[in-house]
Write a protein of this length. Sequence first.
Length: 171
Amino acid sequence: MKKLPVFNHSKALTKKSCNNLKKKVFGSKFDYHGLMKSLICIIFVIFGITNNGQHSLTTESPFPQIDQIALSLKNSSSKDLAQFFDSSVEIKLGEIRGDYSKSQAEIVMRDFFKKFPAVSFLVLQQGESAEKIRYIIGKYQSKTDSFRILVKGKSKVDDQLKIYGLEFSKE
């Protein structure tokens, strides 16, 4: 077993004395730069593992229903979107505005998705207002046109989000 040198506190600590101490403790062929690179890599790996469930490539919502609504818009699925419709839904497509029952709103959205199938949908902003209105603002891109979408909903029984308004504005 290697005996560690005793450090004399009365001497001033200089760079040369530190290097001599390191050589005595670790040996003359110790790779300090390699050690630092390894430590930095370990820190990043640990940080990545602890934050793994806290961030994703898409903007993760505190309301899981918002993520499902965004996915149904991205997939142009009127059926999946209609699961979140309230009993009455106001839909605005450009200058055309109408109040529809849940089943009528699904048909309106199905026709819209047929005419403008999604190439992509990107959530730009989401949140909740002081009046407990949850919203999504997104960019809906079809092959021919681009739309800004505002989805408005309120929480109902068991914190289930119900959409009561959809607005599509052509960009």
